[in-house]
Design a protein around this ligand. Structure first.
Ligand code: HSE
Length: 312
């Protein structure tokens, strides 16, 4: 493909862990997400000309911003050091929410520069750069947000070293209800509080559930998916950081959610449903519950996004 003068791309938000798959499972959402515009200019160098929707939280210094850092990584890798690029980032999702905000920016940047250059790399070839971008943005290189944001669908990170990412089948009616309660939970802090050692009986239960979930996805068996959406390892510790967690879980289950748990490292929570109407209803009920308890929130409902990063 030919090089372009400008591109406008979208990278979707993601929900990592899929309840029982800490650091190994993640899925993409249709919304929210981030948009990036890149423009070729004559003057060499990378400039950020505009960031919207970040409430002033993101760095505009091209050495510190994940989008510009990713653009630079690809230009350096391809030996195109004298390119002039102007970047606009439009954040259309909350930061620090457990919805893969930094991953969406990382992927939007990588995908956009690859498109601008006429697609010299495949999506899979962009993945190692995405891990580096995540590390830069939030201090840890986990692929369970960047992989689904880039590739779409549900992804399994079978191994980190070497990186082995597998796309799983997406049952047609699988949808998610997501609530982001307005409290702060830093991924770093949410990882530090986790226990380093786990009991064998809990490990047995967890790998049983992961295997059950994957089988359920292959067979489109919603009952099996539902039985498998249980987290013995992470939720008991992290849920303490999320207000009204148990009450929200009870409501989601009463409203026929297939499963309910923490989205990524939180504070967002996710309910998986069969059908979009059920997801919409649960989002409404959970938002109402939080409001009654004087907690503001953002609510989303979405099928699993299949395309991943796309040109707009
Ligand atoms: N799997 C990560 C965690 C989410 O739960 O900390 C962000 O990659």
């Amino acid at each position: 493909m030919r090089e372009k003068d400008s591109v406008h791309v979208f990278a979707p938000a993601t929900s990592a862990n899929f309840i029982c798959g800490y650091d190994v499972l993640g899925l993409a959402l249709n919304e929210p997400g981030d948009e990036v515009l890149l423009k070729r200019v004559d003057e060499p160098g990378i400039k950020i000309t505009k960031i919207t929707g970040d409430q002033g939280l993101l760095p505009t210094d091209p050495n510190k911003n994940t989008v510009s850092a990713c653009v630079k990584m690809i230009l350096d890798f391809l030996g195109k050091k004298n390119y002039g690029i102007e970047i606009e980032l439009h954040k259309k999702m909350p930061i620090g929410s457990g919805l893969g905000s930094s991953a969406a920016s990382t992927i939007a940047g990588l995908f956009a520069i690859n498109q601008l250059l006429g697609e010299p790399l495949s999506k899979n070839e962009l993945l190692p750069f995405a891990l580096k971008g995540e590390e830069l943005a939030c201090g840890h290189g986990h692929a369970d947000n960047v992989a689904p944001s880039l590739l779409g669908g549900i992804t399994l990170i079978r191994s980190y070293n070497p990186l082995d990412v597998i796309n799983l089948p997406v049952p047609k009616e699988l949808c998610c209800s997501i609530i982001f309660p307005h409290v702060e939970v830093q991924t770093r802090a949410a990882r530090q509080i986790l226990k380093n050692k786990i009991e064998l009986k809990d490990a047995v239960s967890q790998w049983g559930n992961i295997a059950g979930l994957i089988t359920g996805l292959f067979n489109e068996d919603y009952e099996l998916i539902s039985r498998s959406l249980e987290d013995k390892l992470i939720e008991p510790t992290r849920s303490i950081l999320i207000p009204e967690f148990e009450a929200m879980k009870k409501i989601a289950k009463e409203e026929k959610a297939l499963g309910f748990g923490i989205s990524g490292s939180g504070p967002s929570v996710v309910a998986f449903t069969r059908g979009i109407e059920s997801a919409k209803n649960i989002t409404k009920k959970l938002k109402e519950h939080l409001k009654k308890n004087e907690i503001e929130s953002n609510g989303y409902f979405s099928p699993v996004n299949i395309q991943g990063a796309t040109v707009l």
